[in-house]
Design a binder for this molecule. Structure first.
Ligand code: ZN
Ligand code: ZN
Length: 315
């Protein structure tokens, strides 16, 4: 066998075994393909075109993406008089997400969403759950987390066995984080996924509102978020967005321990608006790098980037 023949032979064999061969600068070095599930992206995000979204996900190395729709445009207190339409970032709704899933069925899944205190909320969300949506969210509205409207969504999630993903932001979206344990206890069959600033600020037992939405510096374990994750099997954490990356990088000693303790409860998401999908402009790529650097073992890293989402969404 010549050198070239032998290389082709190896390449074919590895392809059969599900391994990729790098033919670039590291030609001859073999790399295992490691699938990544991104549980948090949006269509039309800050005006990004669909081909930009798809190229972004590919550049990050993401193999499965969950698209989170906005609710319909509405002018009422729960949308801050329209300010929260499009999830406050021009994100498109159920139908736009559903169309991408239809044309890329292997790589994309979607959520189902609606403004929770509209009469149409339950039927609209149910329509897309019936069409295959894998969660309810992103719920990002100015409502009490234990309001009758939200509890209807929790009951719907229970009936359809899908998680609910909530954006927690004090005085802005999903009020009452400090009493959410009542909902976790009342709906033990429903898996809840926590996301955004107030969720991540509260990993720190000493967090106060004065520290702002993106607190820096050392973390004392035992914050509300840390306790919800420890005490409730149905509470999960979404690592996406600037808030997730800030929480991972502000105190790396704390993070290593946090990722180990909650290794079965945390899920990778990107939630970034760039088109690059790599480098300094892409927060999602930086979050992947941070998880690879800070996870205590390869097995924990794989849970965070893939296995936990696969299990939670029954993929
Ligand atoms: Zn989002
Ligand atoms: Zn990005």
């Amino acid at each position: 066998m010549t050198h070239v023949d032998r290389r082709e032979f190896l390449t074919a064999g590895l392809a059969l075994a599900g391994l990729a061969v790098d033919s670039g600068a590291n030609a001859g070095a073999f790399q295992t393909v490691e699938p990544i599930i991104d549980i948090h992206q949006h269509v039309g995000y800050a005006g990004r075109a669909d081909d930009g979204l798809i190229a972004h996900q590919r550049a990050m190395g993401v193999t499965t993406t969950i698209l989170l729709p906005a609710g319909r445009a509405a002018n009422r207190p729960s949308t801050h008089a329209g300010g929260a339409n499009g999830l406050q970032a021009q994100c498109l709704g159920n139908e736009a997400c559903f169309q991408i899933v239809k044309s890329h069925p292997k790589a994309y899944l979607s959520g189902a969403n609606e403004v929770p205190d509209l009469d149409e909320a339950v039927p609209e969300i149910e329509k897309y759950l019936t069409r295959g949506a894998v969660l309810i969210g992103e719920q990002k509205f100015g409502v009490e987390c234990d309001s009758p409207a939200m509890q209807k969504l929790y009951q719907l999630a229970q009936a359809h066995r899908v998680p609910v993903l909530m954006h927690w932001q004090v005085d802005m979206y999903n009020y009452g984080f400090e009493r959410f344990d009542k909902m976790l206890a009342k709906y033990p069959q429903v898996n809840f996924i926590g996301h955004a600033q107030t969720w991540w600020a509260n990993i720190d037992r000493n967090h106060t509102l004065k520290a702002g939405l993106y607190p820096k510096g050392p973390v004392t374990a035992g914050g509300l978020t840390d306790r919800y994750l420890s005490d409730y099997p149905n509470m999960f954490g979404d690592l996406s967005a600037g808030s997730g990356l800030n929480a991972l990088t502000r105190d790396e000693d704390f993070t290593r321990d946090f990722l180990t303790r909650h290794q079965n409860k945390l899920l990778y998401g990107s939630d970034c608006t760039d088109v690059e999908g790599a480098g300094a402009k892409c927060q999602g790529a930086q979050t992947i790098a941070a998880l690879r650097r800070l996870a205590g073992s390869k097995s924990i890293e794989r849970k965070l980037l893939h296995d936990n989402a696969r299990r939670l969404f029954r993929l």
